[in-house]
Design a protein around this ligand. Structure first.
Ligand SMILES: *Cc1c(COP(=O)(O)O)cnc(C)c1O
Length: 230
């Protein structure tokens, strides 16, 4: 077994244990492998260990990998902030985007999504812990944004994503994640057909699963520590 396949198995076991602990079926939570800063070889190794969904933050870097691995049946999720001048690359190369937090970006993605591709699958990013510098729509504005996004022709709204600040302990993490879960339920109660609550990373996936996450985004626990280019 390669190191990546061993670590991938360990992460899958953590997800299963977290599901059991909260009485949820293990298939209720999917794993997104976050491959930012790692090369196409690392993605290929994870694919050979059974992983097909990958998350990337840096658009340019991701497009290189997506193009290099075209021959594999992979599903690519954009989980990084999106500037207006990058929407075309995202619309043309990714299957999912988790980080839509304003209508202008959503409109551009919809206009630029190529006609021959299926609709772009979208989550609204919500700033659940109110950090002033963080991206994400304020919870009170999430319904209006979600309804507007749901009406765009080339997007398909799937749910909600959040990236809270690291919490001091499990209970504190659950408190914040539960705010996202409550909002997710409230949007569904308004008639939006959502199935994806994207939350939880290497350090806090147990708390996220306990709070209702349906998709955990895990990088370093699978691929190892990241070394950012300066
Ligand atoms: C990098 C990143 C992750 C993965 O973080 P790890 O701590 O390495 O698991 C998840 N979500 C987002 C939005 C990220 O930027």
């Amino acid at each position: 077994m390669t190191k990546i396949s061993t670590q991938l198995s360990a992460v899958r076991e953590r997800i299963q244990a977290a599901c059991r602990a909260s009485g949820r079926p293990t298939e209720a939570v999917a794993l997104l492998a976050v491959s930012k800063t790692f090369g196409a070889d690392a993605v290929q190794a994870a694919f050979e260990a059974g992983q097909t969904a990958f998350g990337e933050n840096y658009i340019q870097e991701a497009v290189g990998k997506i193009t290099a691995l075209r021959h594999l049946p992979l599903v690519w999720h954009c989980i990084g902030p999106i500037q207006s001048n990058k929407t075309r690359l995202v619309a043309e190369h990714f299957d999912w985007v988790h980080t839509v937090d304003r209508l202008k970006i959503a409109q551009r993605l919809s206009e630029q999504r190529p006609a021959e591709l299926p609709p772009l699958q979208v989550c609204i990013q919500v700033n659940v812990d109110g950090g002033p510098t963080k991206s994400g729509v304020a919870p009170e504005d999430a319904l209006a944004l979600a309804q507007a996004v749901a009406g765009l022709p080339r997007l398909r709204l799937r749910g909600v994503m959040c990236i809270p600040e690291p919490a001091p302990d499990f209970e504190a993490a659950c408190q914040v994640f539960k705010r996202a879960a409550t909002l997710f339920d409230a949007l569904k109660a308004q008639g939006l057909q959502l199935d994806t609550l994207s939350m939880g990373m290497s350090a806090d996936l147990e708390a996220a699963v306990a709070s209702g996450s349906t998709l955990v985004r895990v990088g370093s626990a699978i691929f190892g520590a990241r070394h950012y280019p300066v």
